[in-house]
Design a binder for this molecule. Structure first.
Ligand code: GLN
Length: 483
């Protein structure tokens, strides 16, 4: 579980070269991928070329930033110029973007090394990485379990030590829930903090890109590198990016933390509930004042999300028509036939379900009853958080109601699959930063995740709570059996 800071020190001390470090990870990938399948594509040559550049800089005595020479993995919905970007879909199986996403541009400029693109649920719709058109990913803690989703490939790659850190995207929990299932740290930033330019759109009012890492400090370092205003994303926040590592202090003195009452009730795995009770005491021991707090509309998050996200998806995915991008059916006889056949062949069952749901709730007779109403409930959920943050600096709750479930156990039951995002969705609806970090293990040895939610642009406070908790507990020190 190599951490960025330590590797950076090794590189500048010339204890090892960036090429050696990159080759080590490529070797691990080659050895582990037959079991894990976290990657859809590994770009070894390109990675080594990036590493050589960093080594040349070091040899020339030039200063390098903390991410220079650090091997990372990228979720396959981030556009990488000249490198295939499939979104886990047959629709984009051969899509090679003509441009680079803002986040990957920023990481490249920081000298980071890209090992490859990671597996994901098709178009980021799913919670298990099982809807990928290219086969599932296994959980490094137990190969018969799912890694979570949709950023399951990124989470598994970090947990199996196939990369130092990875990027994922989170629309309803897709960074935090896999981080929880794989025993690592995952952050969904404030909506608008990280540019979405070059992220293949799922639900644009909810999507955010964020880091999956081995430690809170690593998450702070990666966020610092990818955050910031971008004129190419109309929802990007024009604020300077602070140095998030400044927030990493090992105590919680003077902080008020709320535990969200509504997340502790029915449906919660008893072992997760028990872990939360311990968390309560641990936060107090660190000097925080901890109180139970109600967010009464929290529980409407899931139904609200499953109106709004499919509605936005149905509009965003209209562009895959066989003309502009990706797949085109070759057997068609006329234009309409081409649209229909292309979409029938290109999309998997879950994506089709979302498009149909979204088209239905946006249709003339149902718009007011569903879409408009869901928008109003979204405002009420924001209001609950607003009231909570008048009383506390941060909120905590479990990341997911359970630990990683067995592969195949929920694939036939969409509703039970959707329920695994019960606790992550509200932060997306409200645009708030939220982080998952390990807070224990169940009796099967599977990791349990703690979610820390902050107010808008208060990533610093989220990091502070997470860092103090991490440093005071042993959970992050236990490596997965595969790492
Ligand atoms: N699992 C949720 C869904 O299927 C969230 C996905 C995501 O955050 N991209 O919509």
């Amino acid at each position: 579980m190599a951490k960025i800071r330590k590797l950076h020190q090794q590189l500048i001390a010339k204890d090892r070269t960036a090429v050696e470090l990159t080759q080590d990870y490529l070797d691990r990938i080659a050895a582990l991928e037959p079991q894990v399948h976290a990657f859809l594509r590994v770009n070894g040559e390109a990675a080594l070329a990036q590493a050589r550049q960093v080594d040349a800089q070091i040899a020339a005595g030039e200063p390098i930033g903390p991410l220079a020479g650090i091997p990372l993995a990228l979720k396959d919905n981030l556009c990488t110029q000249g490198i295939r970007t499939t979104c886990g879909s047959r629709m984009l199986a051969d899509f090679v973007p003509a441009y680079e996403s803002t986040v990957t541009q920023k990481l490249k400029a920081a000298g980071a090394v890209f090992l490859g693109k990671t597996n994901m649920d098709e178009f980021a719709m799913g919670s298990s990485t099982e809807t990928s058109a290219f086969g599932p990913t296994a959980n490094p803690w137990s190969l018969d379990r799912v890694p979570g989703g949709s950023s399951g490939g990124s989470a598994a790659a970090v947990a199996a030590a196939e990369c130092v850190a990875a990027l994922g995207s989170d629309t309803g929990g897709s960074i935090r829930q896999p981080a929880s299932f794989c025993g690592i740290v995952g952050l969904k930033p404030t909506y608008g903090l990280v540019s979405r330019f070059g992220l293949v759109a799922f639900a644009s009012s909810l999507d955010q890109i964020g880091p999956l890492t081995n430690s809170v400090e690593d998450a702070a370092l990666v966020l610092g590198a990818i955050a910031g205003h971008d004129p190419r994303d109309g929802t990007s926040i024009p604020e300077p990016v602070p140095d998030y590592t400044q927030a990493l202090v090992p105590d919680l003195k003077g902080m008020r933390i709320g535990i969200i009452q509504e997340t502790l009730g029915t449906g919660l795995d008893p072992q997760v509930a028990q872990a939360m009770e311990t968390v309560w005491r641990q936060l107090q021991d660190l000097g925080a004042e901890v109180l139970e707090l109600s967010c009464p509309r929290f529980r409407y998050g899931l139904p609200t999300y499953y109106i709004l996200a499919p509605a936005e998806a149905s509009a965003n995915l209209a562009r895959y028509d066989g003309v502009k991008y990706g797949l085109r059916d070759q057997t068609c006889t006329n234009l309409m036939d081409m649209y229909q056949r292309t979409r029938a062949e290109g999309f998997g069952a879950e994506v089709k379900r979302r498009i149909m749901l979204g088209t239905y709730t946006l249709s003339a007779g149902y718009y007011d009853a569903y879409y408009l109403k869901a928008q109003k409930v979204r405002t009420l959920i924001k209001e609950d958080f607003h009231q909570a943050f008048a009383q506390v600096d941060a909120l905590v709750c479990p990341t997911a109601p359970t630990t990683a479930f067995p592969a195949g156990s929920k694939s036939a039951d969409p509703l039970s699959m959707y329920l695994s995002d019960l606790m992550t969705i509200p932060a997306n609806l409200a645009g708030l930063p939220a982080l998952s970090l390990p807070c224990g293990f169940d009796d099967q040895g599977l990791p349990i995740g703690l979610q820390v939610i902050g107010n808008v642009l208060r990533e610093d406070l989220v990091f502070r709570v997470a860092y103090a908790y991490e440093q005071a507990t042993p959970w992050h020190q236990r490596p997965s059996p595969l790492s």
